[in-house]
Design a protein around this ligand. Structure first.
Ligand code: GLU
Length: 434
């Protein structure tokens, strides 16, 4: 008993754990003050429009039934249908879904897309389930959400631990709930589908390509080349892998990687395709890669490098490790990887951050192209897609970079200011019903 009381006392003295929502709200507040956002619009954007929580049963391979909890938060749709991914992860809860939905609103607005923001997912660890179970979980979740999503209303996409296969199951399930004559016309209910099933050529690499391009644009602004630049990547999933792939093509050197299995380092360089093939054969894990040393997790952010790419989960760079980061540039492949306290320290140290809503926006821009392609019945080639992505991301990067330079502010605040002003304008033009 005595030990328990002491433990509770000790814990209550600690600062409360900051959730992702605290983070996104503080970022919003800073930008809203900077642009003198109209108080009525501020009230609207501070809350989410709809929050859907579904509990649903799924039959497991052994015949037992398990109950799952799924979320979809629709933050704002002033600029168009809600848009954003669905993730499968134990950290998914209503706080995370709200924050991630808000980030999508800013991201789609900044990219100049006709979308709002939404996000969701299921609280689960997918490594504990078979493919068959994951398929049934996905289909049942889609069925539970079916009245609240739709190709012109709310369009999910892949996110952490979901992929084109997940989207193929979702599209098929959703289309099966529609009358036969309307089925194909509904295939753009989700984006990120496989290329053979209404998906976009290159959607798989779009996010990582965008992360790479942001870094390249930053280097160009500083009259630097990417050749021999050392970079570290946290998370070697779709985003981390593709970003590393394109950086390596430009002569940059991957020197450390961290994922859920551990951390690895090789200061002479880790060959990206070798690591990719190794991780594919090892349940997606990087630890134990024979051409690198295993590294203590705490030492990962200490690695000597020029560029750090957090491409895993939120709240990874905090006041606890912001002091030890060696990079000059942080390129946020993940959503919300740097919290407000961590960011303050990084900015004081003169480290540049390319914020998530700009840096990883290649994914949702790719999704937009897929959606357009589905609506018009066109099929675009890979080189066309990559060229269009380049053009769109360059426009966004320049807008943010120039705004930050002219106003003398950091790139995140600049990105927020641009994104929020676009939404404010739409509200002012249309007024509030009734
Ligand atoms: N999940 C990705 C993101 O966070 C993509 C969202 C989408 O394509 O709708 O941006």
């Amino acid at each position: 008993m005595a030990t328990l009381t002491a433990e509770i006392k000790k814990r209550s003295k600690k600062a409360p754990v900051r959730g992702m929502m605290d983070n996104v709200m503080e970022q919003f507040e800073t930008a809203a003050n900077k642009i003198n956002l109209h108080p009525n619009i501020k009230k609207i954007l501070s809350i989410t429009n709809n929050e859907i929580i579904v509990n649903f049963p799924v039959k497991m391979d052994n015949g037992d039934v398990e109950i799952f909890t799924g979320y979809r938060v629709q933050h704002n749709n002033a600029l168009g249908p809600y848009k954003g991914g669905l993730r499968y992860h134990p950290t998914v809860d209503i706080d995370a879904a709200r924050a991630l939905a808000m980030w999508m609103t800013w991201k789609t607005s900044l990219a100049g897309l006709p979308y709002g923001g939404g996000k969701g997912g299921i609280k689960l660890d997918p490594s504990k389930y078979s493919q068959g179970e994951l398929e049934r979980i996905t289909r049942r979740f889609t069925f539970a959400l079916a009245d609240n999503i739709g190709p012109e209303h709310d369009i999910p996409a892949p996110d952490v631990n979901t992929n084109s296969q997940t989207m193929a199951w979702m599209a098929d399930t959703y289309m099966s709930t529609r009358p036969p004559a309307e089925r194909t016309a509904n295939q753009h209910v989700v984006t990120g589908k496989p290329a053979g099933s209404g998906g976009l050529e290159g959607r798989d690499r779009a996010t990582g390509y965008g992360v790479y391009l942001s870094i390249k644009f930053w280097a160009e602004k500083n009259n630097e080349s990417l050749k021999d630049k050392r970079f570290i990547v946290q998370g070697f999933g779709n985003v981390g892998y593709w970003a590393a792939h394109f950086l390596e093509q430009d002569g940059a050197k991957l020197v450390a990687v961290q994922d859920a299995s551990g951390s690895i380092r090789n200061s002479s360089g880790i060959h990206v395709e070798d690591l990719f093939n190794y991780s594919k054969a090892n349940n997606g894990h990087v630890s134990g890669f024979p051409e690198a040393f295993d590294l203590d997790n705490e030492k990962f952010f200490r690695t000597e490098c020029d560029i750090c790419i957090p491409a895993a989960l939120g709240n990874q760079i905090t006041k606890d490790n912001a002091k030890i980061i060696q990079a000059r540039l942080i390129a946020e492949g993940a959503n919300g990887p740097t919290n407000v306290e961590g960011e303050k320290i990084l900015l004081e140290r003169g480290i540049t951050i390319i914020p998530d809503i700009l840096c990883n926006s290649g994914g949702v821009v790719g999704s937009y192209f897929e959606w357009l392609q589905n609506r018009s019945g066109e099929l675009w080639q890979l080189d066309e897609v990559m060229a269009k992505l380049h053009k769109k991301l360059k426009e966004s990067f320049d807008k943010v970079y120039d705004y930050a330079t002219v106003e003398g502010i950091d790139m995140r605040t600049a990105a927020y200011c641009i994104a929020i002003q676009r939404i404010e304008k739409a509200y002012i033009q249309r007024g509030i019903f009734p």
